[in-house]
Design a protein around this ligand. Structure first.
Ligand code: SF4
Length: 210
């Protein structure tokens, strides 16, 4: 079986397991999604969803956000982690959105990645989930699974993104990246897994891993 054939089989299994892929981070528009994704760095979606309602009740758009001080934002998002840095980025990027983008989230990688606290992964999530552009944001689950499934060498996330984009048809990217994350959380933890029961590796995995 070629790598591409294996990838298609994996995509079929994931489609059966996760026919629906609701976006995990609560949001109501590109701005609230951007803030939520930024907050999720080195934290969990669950934790972010617990605290964004308080933040968005005070400010769910850049104009209201810049009225808050960095300290006020930091206090609200403290339990999420890295709150000092994230609060600064949220207030600063809101200022930039107002100054340069008429208060709107830009729909381009270049402009998104120029915002403070926004790297390629965050920009990819926004491009995919807010604007519907095909993207393959690689988080820790996707990076690990691509390696375990031998679809990528696991060298770095850039390489993983490139490999997955080459292997999977573009029209699957947006749904598939969420399906892989769901699968990773449910079945494929960083430590401890069950290759015999696993719906994927029991059929298509790299034997030497087990
Ligand atoms: S066998 Fe392990 S590595 Fe393979 S998909 Fe299942 S849980 Fe992940």
């Amino acid at each position: 079986m070629t790598k591409k054939e294996k990838a298609i089989k994996i995509a079929e299994i994931l489609e059966n397991l996760y026919p629906e892929t609701p976006i995990p981070l609560q949001h109501k528009d590109p701005y609230t999604l951007l803030v939520a994704v930024l907050l999720s760095a080195q934290s969990t979606d669950k934790k972010v969803n617990q605290h964004t309602p308080t933040l968005f009740a005070k400010a769910d758009n850049p104009y209201d956000m810049v009225k808050l001080s960095v300290d006020e934002v930091r206090e609200i998002i403290k339990p999420i982690g890295l709150s000092g840095q994230k609060a600064k980025s949220i207030v600063k990027l809101s200022e930039i959105l107002i100054e340069k983008h008429n208060g709107k989230v830009p729909e381009s990688y270049k402009e998104l990645e120029a915002l403070p606290g926004v790297g390629h992964k965050t920009a990819s999530v926004v491009m995919s989930q807010a604007f519907g552009h095909p993207a393959f944001p690689v988080d820790t689950h996707i990076h690990r699974l691509a390696y375990r499934w031998t679809l990528s060498t696991g060298k770095n996330v850039e390489k993983t993104e490139k490999d997955l984009k080459n292997i999977f048809p573009e029209e699957l990217w947006n749904k598939l990246h969420l399906q892989i994350i769901f699968f990773g959380r449910e079945h494929c933890p960083a430590r401890g897994h069950n290759p015999k029961e696993c719906p994927i590796c029991s059929k298509y995995g790299r034997k030497s891993l087990f």
